[in-house]
Write a protein that binds this ligand. Structure first.
Ligand code: IPE
Ligand code: IPE
Ligand code: MG
Length: 261
């Protein structure tokens, strides 16, 4: 295992994380679930710092899913309050670290204080050049695709008449993560091996890593293990090891084929 964080920067540009297991972490200790969420915030702060040190450009985390409304009212209220408190407490520090914050998800129906916090922090950090931190809140991959279709129709109505010219590339510009490259590595903590409606479109060719470690326990060493896993993979994007030595993504491959014609 490499031990210097800087050695990990190579080509891992975008990390996506499902931060799961807060409730079970607390329950195992005889504590209320909410304490697990509070401890989970500490893991997220460490992850942001580690990503910055590693030179990872983009970090996308799942903080609250479209389906998490199925939880008890008190847990939902706690999560909303914790979110506002954490962003307010951390904003100056994140700004000083050069972090650019973006909130991804359906803002409709969220408390006004939460929307206000999101808007203020997005505006304050907009021109930062460091880590781009996408926080998915009230987010669902299916919601994202549907809002992408609505966005496309609204902004490009001519495409409706000329729908054969629609391409994956054009459509993806209307999705929430259009300003981030596709995630290279996905990590889910907490033992479950599912996406739970996270980035359905964006994860199409991402390397998937699952660990039983609960999110509040996830630290720099766990991150290094996940990154080691990533660098042990041979990414082929549908090609073979030989054809993909020089060409990284299917888009680049298409470019090469077009140029050769
Ligand atoms: C993830 O931890 C945090 C959120 C979904 C907000 P959980 O709360 O799902 O923890 P477990 O899975 O019940 O242990
Ligand atoms: C996924 O975790 C959502 C977040 C981490 C925010 P869940 O705990 O909600 O997922 P399920 O219910 O186990 O699929
Ligand atoms: Mg869970």
């Amino acid at each position: 295992m490499q031990d210097k964080l800087e050695n990990y920067s190579l080509s891992l540009k975008h990390l996506a994380v499902v931060m799961d297991g807060n409730g079970r972490w607390a329950q195992e200790r005889g504590l209320p679930r909410n304490l697990g969420h509070e401890q989970g915030v500490e893991s997220l702060k460490n992850l942001v710092r580690n990503c910055t040190e590693m030179g990872i450009g983009f970090l996308t985390v799942f903080a609250f899913s479209s389906e998490n409304w199925a939880r008890s009212k008190s847990e939902i209220n706690f999560l909303m309050t914790l979110f506002v408190r954490t962003i307010n407490n951390e904003l100056t520090k994140l700004d000083n670290q050069g972090v650019r914050l973006t909130f991804v998800g359906d803002k409709y129906g969220l408390p006004k204080s939460l929307i206000n916090t999101m808007n203020v922090s997005e505006t304050k950090t907009r021109s930062n050049k460091g880590l781009k931190l996408n926080i998915c809140f009230n987010y669902g991959g299916k919601w994202d695709i549907v809002q992408g279709i609505k966005n496309l129709i609204k902004n490009d109505p001519d495409l409706l008449k000329n729908y054969n010219s629609l391409t994956e590339e054009i459509f993806s510009k209307h999705l929430s993560l259009s300003e981030s490259p596709s995630p290279d590595l996905f990590i889910r903590t907490g033992g479950e091996k599912r996406l739970s409606n996270f980035l359905l479109w964006d994860l199409a060719y991402t390397e998937l890593y699952f660990t039983d470690t609960f999110w509040p326990d996830f630290n720099e060493n766990h991150l290094k293990m996940a990154v080691d896993f990533y660098y042990s993979r041979k990414r082929k994007f549908g090609g073979t090891s030989e054809t993909n030595n020089l060409i990284e993504t299917p888009e680049e491959k298409r470019q090469v084929v077009k140029c050769g014609n």
